[in-house]
Ligand binder design. Structure first.
Ligand code: F6R
Length: 261
């Protein structure tokens, strides 16, 4: 795992957007794994700006959602498909029909989850999966206790996660759906590159557990320790709990020129 510590959220967004731009330039049919929430927004804004300047095209790309709420009415503005369209897809040239998410309206949800994993395989797998981290160490909506080998499936959000996400529902916690479909930890691990971004002091504890704690279902993000190509980009406040922070900074500062993120 490579840990990149930068001074602030802007610098983190620059690095994350740079990695995604690199994949868009390098791959003939890039597949992006997209997260929602606050953490990726600054990176999305940078990608939109680069597209606006004519430097970046998503025309050959496909994108897959990391997770989706279950039980919101179709077209609800906080559905993750709507969120990603609003914050990225509708503002770049990624063809809307190549934005994929689990079919949370399907009568047979278990089958829809299986089909979603198959679809990701049919696309050739995810080139870069962007991730945030929850206060309880979740990635996607794999809450503590999630199997480290899990596939896409329905999960129940913890009360703490519903309280955290109430800010997207005018602070009405009861409006936050109880259920979600999320890519499983095993599904996430199949992406070729995992790119986790976390900023702010509230992320210091989950980041320390994920990066330097034991591999455990109690901190689902610790599963990144199993991945051969995982990058964690954090600002200084989010890095505050890392024992090896000085080493990560030294390694990054002295990174061989040929070695990219
Ligand atoms: C979002 C997702 C979640 C968030 C996490 C952090 O698609 O899967 O794991 O990344 O809850 O959320 P923010 O970035 O809002 O702090």
């Amino acid at each position: 795992m490579e840990v990149v510590i930068v001074p602030d959220a802007d610098a983190a967004a620059e690095i994350v957007a740079g990695v995604i731009a690199g994949v868009l330039h390098a791959r003939p049919a890039p597949v992006l794994g997209l997260a929602t929430g606050s953490s990726p927004l600054a990176s999305y804004r940078r990608l939109i700006a680069a597209h606006g300047r004519g430097e970046l095209s998503f025309a050959r790309a496909s994108a897959v959602l990391l997770d989706e709420y279950v039980g919101l009415p179709p077209g609800h503005p906080e559905a993750y498909r709507a969120f990603i369209c609003r914050e990225l897809v509708d503002r770049v040239d990624l063809p809307r029909e190549r934005l994929f998410g689990p079919d949370v309206l399907a009568a047979d949800l278990a089958d829809a989850c299986r089909r979603y994993d198959e679809l990701i395989g049919d696309l050739g797998g995810v080139d870069v999966q962007l991730l945030g981290i929850g206060a309880d160490g979740h990635v996607g909506f794999n809450e503590p206790g999630s199997s480290l080998a899990s596939r896409t499936r329905i999960k129940t959000l913890t009360r703490a996660t519903r309280a955290d996400n109430a800010r997207f529902f005018e602070n009405h916690e009861r409006e936050v759906p109880r259920h979600v479909v999320t890519q499983g930890l095993g599904t996430i691990l199949e992406a070729r590159h995992l790119l986790l971004v976390a900023c702010g002091a509230a992320k210091a504890e989950p980041i320390a557990r994920a990066v330097e704690g034991p591999l455990t279902a109690m901190c689902p993000a610790s599963v990144l320790q199993l991945h051969a190509h995982a990058t964690v980009v954090v600002d200084e406040p989010a890095a505050a709990g890392l024992k090896l922070a000085d080493y990560y900074c030294e390694a990054y500062a002295n990174k061989p020129r040929w070695q990219q993120l």
